[in-house]
Design a protein around this ligand. Structure first.
Ligand code: NI
Length: 171
C-alpha cells in the first residue's frame, strides 16, 4: 500500500468536480487502501480522491474522539449530505493548502448517505468535528476548497498570502 503524493493548490485537479463511482472493483478498493495510508502518513483527519489526482467521489476520514480515546474512521463512496441543521465556526486547514488555517462556518449536524467498499449503503449522523471534516471532504469532490467558504475579502487576503508563498518557494 503505497503512500501517494498529495496535490497542492493551485493544482487544477483540486478545482474540478469529481464523477460518481460506477463500479466498485479492485482498483477502487486499492485506491481506498492507499488513501487511508496516505492520510495517516500525513497525519490528516480526512482525504478526498481529487487530492491524490483522481477526480472520483471517494473520501476517507479519521477523526479523533479524545474523550473516548478512539477515532471515528470511515470510507465513503459517492457520499451525499441528505440533511443538515445548525451551524458551527471552527479553525480549518487542508493537506492541499499546507500551513494555512482559517475559521470557517459549517453546518453543525449533518446526515451523510454513502456506499462502503462492499457497495452497501450506510448513513452517518455526525456533529461537531466529524461533521466539519465530512463537509470539508465532500466539498473537495465538488472542487471547493475551504477558503472558498470565506467571505470575499478574507478569501482575497488568504489567496494573496498563498501566492506569495508559492512564488518565494519557486525562486
Ligand atoms: Ni482538504
Amino acid at each position: 500500500m503505497p503512500v501517494l503524493d498529495i496535490l497542492v493548490y493551485p493544482n487544477p485537479a483540486l478545482k474540478k468536480k469529481s464523477l460518481p463511482v460506477k463500479k466498485l472493483d479492485e482498483d477502487i478498493k486499492c485506491l481506498l487502501d492507499d488513501m487511508v495510508q496516505t492520510m495517516r502518513d500525513a497525519h490528516g483527519v480526512g482525504l478526498a480522491a481529487p487530492q491524490i489526482g483522481r477526480n472520483i467521489r471517494i473520501l476517507v476520514v479519521d477523526v479523533p474522539l479524545p474523550e473516548e480515546n478512539r477515532k471515528e474512521f470511515y470510507e465513503l463512496i459517492n457520499p451525499e449530505i441528505v440533511s443538515s441543521r445548525g451551524s458551527q465556526i471552527g479553525k480549518e486547514g487542508c493537506l492541499s493548502v499546507p500551513g494555512f488555517y482559517e475559521n470557517i462556518r459549517r453546518r453543525n449536524h449533518i446526515s451523510v448517505s454513502a456506499l462502503d467498499r462492499e457497495g452497501k449503503r450506510f448513513t452517518i449522523d455526525a456533529e461537531g468535528m466529524l461533521s466539519r471534516v465530512l463537509q470539508h471532504e465532500i466539498d473537495h469532490l465538488d472542487g471547493i476548497l475551504f477558503f472558498d467558504r470565506l467571505g470575499r475579502l478574507k478569501k482575497d487576503i488568504l489567496l494573496k498570502q498563498i501566492d506569495e508563498r508559492f512564488v518565494s518557494a519557486q525562486s
